[in-house]
Ligand binder design. Structure first.
Ligand SMILES: [Cu+2]
Length: 571
């Protein structure tokens, strides 16, 4: 699966039909990251305007669709080219409610921060919309020089919540109108400050209302330019604050959340199926980026790696949202150009780290290994998800999941089906990462000693806006312990306006008592029996270890990963 063009510092996402797309990146480079006009030592072509696609397959026949290849020339409304309108290094990518992608900003040739001369203050769509031309976005010019990977999430209103520099807006791309929101407090969160960011889990209890969490980043005295930080960036402590905002509220504002145990830049959030969020990777001093400066550590603009992960629980009371119970530190620094993603077995795959212009074994070295992080429930007896759906619609009829012979009501009450999109992960950002709990009720039948979970489809009203169409994983979670994740297609599996309907009403939760019958009851039901299910719900042991070490390395590697149809794809 060779990629021709340089994907260094690209963005990406998944279309509503399941095709993964990688946008932009770097010009061709040769050794030491030196730009060249031709293919150079690393045989990469110009990635600045490149688009590459993968259609998942089961038979190892997948190849990138790239270069000048048409996307779908037979379908006039899907465009006809695989090049963007302009160069985009560090572009943001977000999915829209029709399963298309919006590609936002970036600069032309890369650098520590953006400059007006390098800036591409526009966005475009893939597949292209309208005349396919780029559209100016003033917010990108207003947030120079820290507007790269401008953090963006689609809201139920159809507007895009965007955050870069210290500014925040809601942007209605359909009318091209901007609503200013409050400034970001305490720290810069976008690259190269690189806070950990995530949309909190969408649940029936919060009405599937998006709330965005920002943790860490940096508040340096200045920002340099595209060539250099221009000051001793490695001596600047990272930020430890966390703030949340619900951008579609009537009067959205940033509220303090529990602060982290330490300051962190390039921390990354990964949803765990139990509804908590893993935070790992990153550094305690400095920022993302690198340069050959006297204050660099090797070439790195960051130092003091944070080896300890932490767990954030958005539904815990304020003051108790972070914990490290049972966690252990990694032996491996994961600094600039590292990444992490949830796997179907509910462990997290962590990889990369290279704050350098090329491969090096000097500090901080280029890491070519990957490791797995195992959550507390990894070796617990897992629930069996006996009939996972292949598709979830936006609204419509509910469906049933057998919980087998679990009849303990608190255990049955704890059961839920969650839908997780791991997203496209790079540079400590989970592009398109989503977590949604499907509405459900239950029936405990003491006659049969069996229980059933009645599960709604995706929310019919806001569904395509809060959890855009496309592939995701579903997990059955009982007492916090998840089943294996199974892949599901959310929405129609096609690009375009998604069919939506009202969600059918769920039956009320009930316990069906044993009914005396004329026939001799062979029932040995014990209505008061306690099930033998595990009730441990707090974090306990967790282990990590390096599981693989790849000898292969490309010249300048930033690691971009997505879990695609059960297989891990490294772009
Ligand atoms: Cu990068």
């Amino acid at each position: 699966m060779d990629v021709d063009s340089n994907t260094f510092c690209a963005g990406g996402g998944v279309l509503g039909n399941g095709t993964w797309v990688v946008f932009g990146g770097n010009q061709p480079v040769t050794t030491d990251g030196i730009a060249v006009a031709d293919e150079g030592a690393y045989h990469n072509t110009d990635g600045g305007t490149a688009i590459r696609m993968i259609n998942p397959c089961d038979d190892e026949s997948c190849e990138y669709i790239q270069g000048e290849t048409s996307y779908d020339i037979s379908s006039p409304d899907t465009g006809g080219w695989l090049q963007m309108t302009g160069r985009r290094w560090y572009p943001m990518v977000e999915a829209l409610e029709d399963g298309s992608l919006i590609i936002i900003g970036g600069d032309k040739n890369g650098g520590y921060v953006n400059t007006a001369a390098q800036d591409n203050p526009t966005y475009e769509f893939f597949p292209p919309k309208g005349d396919g031309q780029a559209i100016n976005l003033q917010f990108l010019s207003d947030t120079l020089p820290v507007n790269l990977y401008a953090l963006t999430w689609l809201m139920p209103s159809g507007k895009l919540f965007m955050q870069a520099s210290r500014k925040s807006i809601l942007y209605d791309w359909k009318t091209q109108t901007t609503t200013n929101l409050p400034d970001m407090p305490y720290a810069t969160r976008v690259y190269p400050a690189s806070a950990a960011t995530a949309m909190l889990p969408l649940t029936p209890d919060n009405g599937f209302t998006p709330t965005i969490l920002f943790c860490g980043g940096s508040n340096p005295p200045q920002w340099g330019n595209d060539g250099t930080a221009g000051y001793n960036v490695t001596a600047v402590p990272t930020d430890n604050t966390c703030v949340r905002i619900s951008p579609d509220d009537a009067n959205p504002k940033y509220d303090d959340d529990d602060y982290m145990f330490e300051g962190r830049s390039m921390g990354q959030f990964v949803y765990l199926p139990d509804g908590t969020m893993w935070m790992g990777n990153g550094i305690n001093m400095g920022t993302a980026g690198y340069g050959n400066d006297h204050y660099s550590v090797g070439q790195s603009y960051g130092q003091d790696p944070v080896y300890m992960p932490a767990i954030y629980n958005s539904s815990a009371p304020l003051g108790g949202r972070w914990n490290r119970t049972g966690l252990t530190a990694s032996d491996n620094e994961r600094m600039y150009h590292s990444t992490a993603i949830l796997l179907p077995d509910s462990s997290i795959l962590i990889s990369g780290s290279n704050p350098n212009a090329d491969f090096t074994n000097e500090q901080w070295r280029s890491r070519t290994d990957v490791e797995k992080w195992f959550p507390w429930y990894y070796n617990e007896t897992r629930p069996v998800f006996s009939n996972p759906p292949a598709n979830l619609s936006y609204g419509g009829d509910s469906w049933n999941v057998s919980l087998g012979n679990i009849t303990d009501e608190p255990t049955v009450q704890s059961a839920k089906v969650v839908v997780i999109r791991g997203g496209f992960n790079t540079h400590a950002i989970g592009f398109g990462q989503r977590y949604l709990v499907l509405n459900s009720t239950y029936t405990i039948d003491m006659n049969t000693n069996e229980s059933t979970l009645h599960v709604s489809q995706m929310p019919g009203d806001v569904g395509p806006f809060v959890f855009q169409p496309g592939p995701a994983m579903v997990f059955l979670v009982v007492n916090g312990v998840p089943s294996e994740g199974e892949f599901v297609m959310v929405g129609s599996g096609q690009l375009g306006e998604q069919p939506t309907s009202a969600n059918s009403a769920l039956p009320s939760s009930q316990v069906v008592a044993v009914t005396p019958t004329e026939t001799a009851s062979e029932s040995n039901a014990n209505a008061s029996s306690e099930s033998s299910s595990s009730s441990s719900s707090n974090t306990s042991g967790a282990a990590r270890g390096v599981i693989a070490s790849s000898g292969a390395v490309v010249g300048v590697a930033s690691v971009l990963v997505a879990v695609v149809g059960g297989a891990l794809v490294v772009f």
